[in-house]
Design a protein around this ligand. Structure first.
Ligand code: AMP
Length: 417
């Protein structure tokens, strides 16, 4: 128990963490260029926020939340996604009172009580962006372009951008009824979940992974055929903006997000060849969400991508990561008397900006050299009795094996920057 982590969680240990840092660096660079600023919200919120902000009929709220009573008897939930918290923070911190739009991003852990499998965990990490207060189609394209830019910079290939429009509160009721008409005659043949969704949220039937349901839903009316003129024109504009940037997309009429406040653009990015969990990110417009969370009518759009899935996709596609951490220089103490001089030299090298380290376990000279080799140190600097007397050090190039004795001030000249 004490040495076993909870199911569905992961330790990210050195060797692995460098990959995460690399991905996060790429993400932060892209956000800087696109003008998105970071927001950090709590990992837990009042349960009500997610019920309202994610939606009572979603799998997340119905089955997957980590909800508990705190010691003050308040219902608290570990955040299952980022959007609701960002919208709450936008309202609570009066970000709506400043210049609009507000473009935000976050990176952090999310929690869902799901059945763990490769690429699906109970604690996982998402990078997400949210734009609040912008209504034109260009921003939808920008958000998609930005997601694709992150994947491109990470070296991911064979990605598909699937897009759809979910209409608006004006045209969706029409679509909802035509879907119900289509499903009604064979309703008993659908899985129990879909039967349950029929009244509450028939759009989500299109989203069911069950094979039988998929067959039954084939040929169902497409929302794209039910869009009102304004929504159809908006979708055309979004596509045109993507085309201007040369971004390929696939119109996928089965791509749905079944909640009332999701409007217009919905999109998802799939990576080929990473198995069942092929979605590496998704998002869309949610013009009704801010209002549902207690604010004024404010347009919003965002997306989130799963960092574990990105990493998995990168590994499966054989993408190269930057080399792992190694010391530039390892200081070796060749006699006990040299200990203090070595310790001081280590500090001086670090002050000059070198990645430097030394032994702290009283290893013999030979064992220190072996250890430096294991750490993959580029150079070792050896100080023994002679060097202590002469104010010198022996610098060894760990690749060529070459070594020479020099005065200590000259070390940077030899090992370079
Ligand atoms: P969602 O918030 O469900 O739209 O998910 C956005 C992205 O987060 C997905 O495309 C996945 O990459 C990732 N994701 C969602 N759920 C999990 C999970 N349980 N484990 C790992 N990644 C996940």
């Amino acid at each position: 128990m004490l040495t076993t982590k909870p199911r569905g969680t992961n330790d990210i240990i050195p060797g692995e963490v460098e990959k995460w840092q690399y991905i996060e660096d790429v993400i932060r660079d892209v956000c800087r260029i696109y003008g998105y600023r970071e927001i950090r919200t709590p990992v837990f919120e009042h349960t009500e926020l997610f019920k309202r902000g994610v939606g009572e009929t979603t799998d997340i709220v119905e089955k997957e939340m980590y909800t508990f009573k705190d010691r003050g008897d308040r219902s608290i939930t570990l955040r299952p996604e980022g959007t609701a918290s960002v919208v709450r923070a936008y309202l609570e911190n009066n970000l709506h009172a400043g210049p609009q739009p507000v473009k935000l991003y976050y990176i952090g852990p999310m929690f869902r009580y799901d059945r763990p499998q490769a690429g699906r965990y109970r604690q996982f990490h998402q990078f997400g962006v949210e734009v609040l207060g912008a209504h034109s189609a260009g921003i939808d394209a920008e958000v998609m372009a930005m997601a694709m830019e992150v994947y491109r910079r990470l070296g991911l290939k064979d990605l598909e951008l699937h897009i759809n429009s979910l209409g608006c509160p004006e045209c969706r009721p029409k679509f909802r009824s035509s879907l119900q008409e289509f499903f009604r005659p064979r309703l008993e043949e659908f899985c129990p979940t879909c039967q349950d969704r029929f009244e509450r949220n028939p759009l989500r039937i299109l989203d069911c992974k069950n094979k039988k349901c998929r067959q039954l839903a084939a040929g169902a009316p497409a929302i794209l055929d039910c869009l009102c003129d304004r929504c159809a024109a908006f979708f055309e504009e979004v596509k045109r903006h993507l085309e201007e940037l040369g971004i390929d997309y696939i119109v996928d009429k089965n791509l749905v997000r079944g909640l009332d406040y999701y409007t217009h653009t919905a999109f998802e990015v799939m990576a080929k060849g990473i198995g069942a969990q092929s979605s590496v990110g998704g998002g869309g417009r949610y013009n009704g969400l801010v209002e549902a969370c207690g604010g004024k009518d404010t347009p919003g759009i965002g997306y989130a991508l799963g960092l574990e899935r990105i990493l998995l996709a990168m590994e499966q596609q054989g993408v190269e990561f930057p080399p792992p951490w190694r010391p530039d220089v390892f200081v070796v103490t060749a006699s006990p008397q040299a200990e203090y001089a070595a310790f001081k030299l280590l500090a001086e090298l670090r002050n000059l900006g070198y990645r430097a380290d030394k032994d702290y376990n009283g290893r013999s000279l030979k064992a220190q050299m072996k250890y430096a080799g294991k750490l993959n140190a580029r150079y070792t600097v050896i100080i023994g009795e002679n060097e202590l007397e002469n104010g010198t050090a022996v610098v060894k190039d760990m690749i060529t094996g070459e070594q020479r004795e020099i005065t200590r001030e000259k070390i940077p000249e030899i090992i370079g920057r």
